[in-house]
Design a binder for this molecule. Structure first.
Ligand SMILES: [Zn+2]
Length: 677
């Protein structure tokens, strides 16, 4: 029997996948893979082929620069091939690149690099004859492209006639650059496509590529493509007679009438390049177009010429990319987590993968609907995404790589923690354990009770809560208040001193205000803001218990769903028992005396507020409602009459105006402090 080695299978898998992705991208204009993912798979294949050279085949995606153009446009041969650039993914790889070219040019002492932002668009080649644009072509496979002259003419930042003052004898020149869609235009296009029921573009790059290859150039004109030039070729002439360096070439391009990205920089060393790369890693997010890296080129043309090209890349340039936000990995297990509301959340446990600078090995799968929609199975290769602070999530499954023996994932019928039957109410995506004494729910409720925005009991962390529940020392949050130093000392690795500290911290929480207690109870939909809104109308737990659902709903900022949840929670006997126990323990179930009075005399009376920007937890309307409840006035514009400006993130002109007028600024925490004081 012939044994197929795993590496042979993997190489085959990778090739197939990359080819499918290329076809979808270049021929169909309907990408199925993010570029970062493509890069990563491509590199894996490259590495495997380096390790096992006998596996290299002539049809491997690594053996050619690009793919064939689609057939609708006329194919044209580039006078000078458009090479793609070698990628580096960090400064170490950049150093390796430098060492490599230096071995080839050992006599070079000092060096200059030109750093340019890598715009996420589509490379095009422009030909000018006697200063007139005669041809525009896509990159295609680098040797053959497509004639898109009609479309290129619609791009307003591309000059149809060059300004050749002093260079009139230049017969033919070639200019390369990036056609791209500004982010705002990209968004508009997708909005229009959505309204029209058309498929959305995955990203600005694909939108630009798709637009350039539109057969109807009137559509192209409407799409408002833009262009940055970055390469100047003067065939048949000695470049040095006009410009000696890339830096000069960029200046010349600008003089001729091209748009050159203004953020390029001349660097005298690799550390300087690294600094530029680091600076733009965050700063690029403020640009009105997408960038995905930095292009580093040797400045001197003579040195470029000396180094020349490999089969695929110039040796004198490299694309230093920013880390991928998406990456492929394999699902090793699907675990089910039970939260404090009893909700069962499936989690993918994956082979660890580097994503945006962190190692990711778990991703939320949200609920069973989501799993069914994606059809994620144990053993699948999936794409995980991490966007900003959001928990990593699985974006899609690479069905092509699915092993033959997988089975669809089925949500458990019983709670994985307590073993009781779980419930999925009709119309709800969430499956829940409804066993009130389920250990998972209990642990979750206690963790919520002690959390910072609730009773803020320092020292009681997840580990301790698990110990307490598992040992049977605590069956409800009320039991926390019956814990003694002696009892805590029985726990593993618990000294007398820390036990006393915990007892003190728990006792301290009895001073926390009614609003925090209400929030700590963990009623569904009642976040800390809603808890404050509720306690400002209902000063005591008796008042809230007695409130009609319609009255609760009448509070500004409280919706029907919240009102129903609150109303029902207080109807449950077990919850009333809990309140009684906590009250006996000494927790606050009424607003402090002065707050009750001050609501009458309105502590913010006579003060005028303006709220601007995005606040960390409050919606702007909620902040306004809180201010108004305390007697303050809220206006929309800043003037001399404004007393306070409540400022969140991305505050604009209002903040500037307030600063100019010397108005007191408050952040959300300060506002809440004033309201609670
Ligand atoms: Zn359970």
């Amino acid at each position: 029997m012939i044994q197929i080695q795993p590496e042979v299978k993997r190489v085959e898998e990778l090739r197939q996948l990359l080819q499918q992705a290329s076809y979808a991208y270049y021929v169909l204009d309907a990408p199925i893979m993010e570029d970062a993912v493509y890069d990563q798979l491509y590199r894996e294949l490259q590495q495997m082929e380096t390790q096992y050279p006998e596996l290299i085949a002539p049809d491997s995606p690594t053996q050619r620069v690009g793919e064939r153009p689609a057939t609708q446009f006329t194919s044209v041969r580039h006078n000078i091939p458009l090479y793609s650039l070698e990628n580096a993914f960090n400064v170490d790889e950049l150093r390796v690149w430098e060492q490599r070219w230096r071995r080839q040019a050992p006599t070079v002492a000092s060096v200059e690099y030109v750093c340019e932002l890598k715009i996420d668009g589509s490379a095009i080649a422009l030909t000018y004859q006697n200063g007139i644009l005669v041809r525009g072509a896509t990159r295609g496979d680098g040797v053959m492209g497509e004639d898109i002259t009609q479309n290129v003419r619609t791009i307003r930042s591309i000059p149809l006639r060059l300004n050749l003052a002093g260079l009139e004898n230049l017969e033919k020149i070639e200019v390369r650059g990036e056609a791209f869609l500004p982010l705002e235009v990209f968004k508009q296009i997708n909005e229009e496509r959505q309204k029209a029921g058309e498929q959305l573009f995955a990203n600005p790059r694909n939108a630009a590529a798709g637009t350039l290859r539109q057969l109807d150039s009137r559509i192209v004109a409407r799409r408002r493509l833009d262009f940055f030039a970055y390469t100047l070729h003067i065939p048949g002439m000695d470049d040095a007679s006009i410009s000696n360096t890339q830096w000069e070439a960029l200046e010349l391009l600008q003089k001729m009438g091209f748009r050159v990205n203004p953020n390029h920089k001349l660097c005298g060393s690799l550390p300087e390049v690294a600094e530029y790369y680091k600076y733009w890693d965050t700063e690029r997010l403020n640009l009105p177009y997408m960038t995905d890296g930095v292009v580093v080129k040797l400045n001197l043309f003579k040195l470029q010429e000396q180094l020349g090209f490999t089969q695929k890349f110039p040796r004198w340039a490299v694309a230093l990319k920013y880390p991928a936000e998406e990456a492929p990995t394999r699902v090793e297990n699907i675990a089910v987590n039970v939260g404090r509301t009893g909700a069962l959340t499936p989690l993918a446990e994956m082979r660890p993968v580097q994503l945006a600078g962190t190692t990711v090995s778990r991703a939320t799968l949200h609920n069973s609907d989501r799993i069914a929609q994606l059809d994620i199975r144990i053993g699948d290769t999936v794409i995980v995404r991490k966007a900003g602070e959001i928990i990593p999530e699985v974006v899609r499954v690479l069905q092509e790589l699915r092993p033959s023996d997988t089975e669809p994932f089925v949500m458990p019928t019983h709670c994985p923690v307590c073993g009781q039957l779980v419930v999925r109410e009709s119309g709800e995506a969430v499956t829940r354990c409804v066993n009130a004494s389920c250990a998972a729910i209990l642990k979750g409720s206690i963790e919520h009770w002690v959390s910072r925005d609730a009773l803020d009991i320092k020292g009681v962390g997840e580990k301790l809560v698990h110990q307490l529940v598992d040992k049977g020392s605590v069956h409800s949050v009320a039991d926390l208040y019956e814990l003694t130093k002696e009892k805590l000392c029985e726990l593993e690795r618990m000294g007398e001193k820390s036990a006393q500290k915990l007892v003190d911290a728990i006792a301290q929480s009895k001073n926390q205000p009614w609003s925090r207690v209400l929030y700590g109870l963990g009623i569904r939909h009642v976040g800390s803001v809603n808890a404050q809104l509720l306690t400002q109308k209902y000063f005591t737990v008796e008042q809230l218990t007695a409130a009609k659902q319609s009255d609760i709903e009448g509070i500004y900022g409280i919706g029907a769903e919240i009102a129903q949840s609150v109303y029902q929670w207080f109807r449950i006997d077990a919850n009333q028992t809990l309140i009684e126990r906590l009250r006996v323990a000494g927790l606050q179930f009424a607003a402090a005396e002065e707050t009750t009075i001050s609501d009458g005399n309105q502590k913010l009376a006579g003060k005028t507020f303006v709220v601007t920007g995005t606040l960390p937890t409050l919606k702007r309307d909620e902040a306004k409602a809180l201010i108004q409840k305390a007697g303050g006035k809220v206006t929309d514009s800043v003037s001399k009459k404004t007393d306070y400006l409540v400022v969140g993130e991305d505050a604009g002109s209002k903040l500037e105006k307030a600063q100019a007028l010397g108005i007191i600024q408050l952040n959300e925490a300060q506002l809440l402090e004033i309201l609670e004081s």
